[in-house]
Design a protein around this ligand. Structure first.
Ligand SMILES: [Zn+2]
Length: 478
């Protein structure tokens, strides 16, 4: 009987792609899944992980995380998120805002062994020449992002909105190049609310788009939050098959406290946060919101990003010249619940594809523990939780060798204690990167498209080439 390099023994193995929900062992050889069964033995020098009483699921994939920076978001080292994600049980993430160069630097300094793909944030005057770029410029920026190793781009409508025409132009230009294109909704004519989501079908035409964090548009800013969830579902149903989506389950958002020379809060998202509790959208309003314990600042303590409030938050905000990373408790639990659990009536597919964190360096990496809470509440079946956390994200991105335990799949595994709802061990390519909530890995595999292969080779990092034609985003696209 052959032996295995690693045997994860006696856990409840949950693999929706193969309809497996049974107590058993997972055998790993050469960094790949080799077998799922009973009584698997390690080879000489092999390593056993006792998973009795635990869940063993394909490694959790976070389709919305922040582990690098475009350089304009100030106050914390986003690379700290690589370990923070690993500590929560993530094995692969999509870095949804930064730059490839910042990501490479971060993986070298602070890598935790997780796999990372990134998109370039489109920030006027930082990564883009203007805030209303013409189509030729967008094409060039996207092609350049791919060459530098990003898998695509993201528009950040809550901070740097474009005109509707420019927004539609970015989507079309990315689609032409089969590049990932993500959108935090909002144009110059709407905002980072349900109003921005309403524009999506018109902007999209026949195109393809990752619509980021649907929960952020269901905070009850325009309509009662239940009605916003209903309308969000209706909008997404109209573009079903053209969009991929995720929502996160944390109460805290992540935003920025920047104020202009006249003392006004600059971006749409923090203004909405202040308005939600009746604070003026000025520096005085922001200061009071922080002092009152409503606003929180993201600060680094012991190599991790944590939230502080009150005077400590004011101090951090001022030290950053107001350009500080902040968080507000603006995500209603009721919307989070609805968005995470609702399905289409026919076929039973989830209306929102995945649970994400929108975390990483923002301390809210609760995808696994909150999804497990939905299971203990009876709102999700165990295999459905794994669909939301691992399988659907793998399909969204086209990481076809992840998200399942078929023989030959990448041996990325997350082990979860169902009693606490927390991940206790995780492995990437058969190597343990997290044990008992401590990140023990380093480095990490950089996921690029074929256009970025040269940059990946020059980086010296291990890399994997992703073909986005195999992604759900581009399924049936030609
Ligand atoms: Zn985000």
């Amino acid at each position: 009987m052959p032996g295995y390099d690693v045997v994860i023994r006696g856990g409840r193995v949950l693999d929706p792609a193969n309809s497996v929900d049974a107590v058993g062992d997972v055998g790993i050889n050469g960094g790949r899944i080799d077998a799922v069964g009973d009584g698997l033995q390690t080879s000489a020098g092999g390593h056993t992980i006792d998973a009795a009483g635990r869940w063993v699921i394909p490694g959790q994939i976070d389709t919305h995380a922040h582990v690098s920076s475009t350089g304009d978001d100030g106050s914390v080292d986003r690379a700290l998120g690589l370990a923070m994600l690993a500590e929560s049980g993530t094995t692969t993430c999509l870095d949804l805002l930064g730059s490839p160069e910042s990501l490479i630097d971060g993986i070298r300094r602070r890598g935790s062994g997780i796999n990372v793909a990134s998109v370039l944030g489109l920030v006027p005057h930082v990564t883009l020449p203007s805030d209303d770029p013409d189509v030729a410029t967008m094409r060039d920026v996207i092609a350049d992002a791919l060459r530098r190793g990003a898998i695509g781009v993201k528009m950040i409508g809550g901070y740097h909105p474009f005109t509707p025409d420019s927004t539609a132009g970015v989507i079309a230009a990315a689609n032409e190049q089969t590049a990932w294109v993500a959108f935090h909704v909002g144009t110059k004519e709407s905002g980072s609310t349900l109003a921005g989501l309403r524009e999506v079908p018109g902007l999209l035409g026949n195109g393809r788009l990752h619509v980021a964090h649907i929960n952020a548009y269901c905070r009850g800013v325009i309509l009662p939050r239940e009605e916003e969830c209903r309308e969000a579902f209706e909008i997404l149903e109209r573009v079903r098959g053209q969009v991929v989506t995720e929502s996160y389950l944390a109460r805290m958002n992540g935003t920025n406290g920047l104020c202009d020379e006249d003392g006004n809060v600059v971006a749409d998202v923090p203004r909405n946060c202040l308005r939600a509790r009746g604070y003026p959208t000025t520096d005085a309003g922001m200061r009071q919101a922080l002092l009152d314990g409503y606003g929180h600042a993201q600060v680094v303590q012991d190599g991790r990003v944590v939230l502080v409030t009150g005077q400590a938050a004011v101090d951090a905000w001022q030290a950053a010249g107001t350009n500080a990373a902040l968080s507000f408790p603006v995500n209603p639990a009721a919307s989070a619940f609805t968005l995470a659990t609702e399905r289409y009536e026919e076929g039973g597919e989830f209306r929102i594809d995945a649970v994400s964190t929108d975390g990483g360096s923002i301390p809210r990496n609760v995808a696994i523990e909150r999804t497990m809470a939905l299971v203990s509440f009876g709102a999700l079946e165990p295999l459905d939780a794994v669909r939301k956390l691992s399988y659907n994200p793998s399909r969204m991105l086209g990481l076809l060798n992840k998200g399942h335990f078929s023989q030959g799949a990448d041996a990325d595994v997350t082990v979860i204690d169902p009693a606490s709802g927390r991940a206790t061990t995780s492995l990437v390519n058969g190597k343990v990167i997290m044990q008992d909530g401590r990140a023990v890995g380093s480095g990490g595999t950089w996921i690029v498209t074929a256009a970025g292969e040269r940059a990946a080779g020059e980086s010296g990092l291990p890399y994997e080439v992703l073909d986005l034609t195999g992604s759900q985003l581009y399924a049936g696209w030609s």
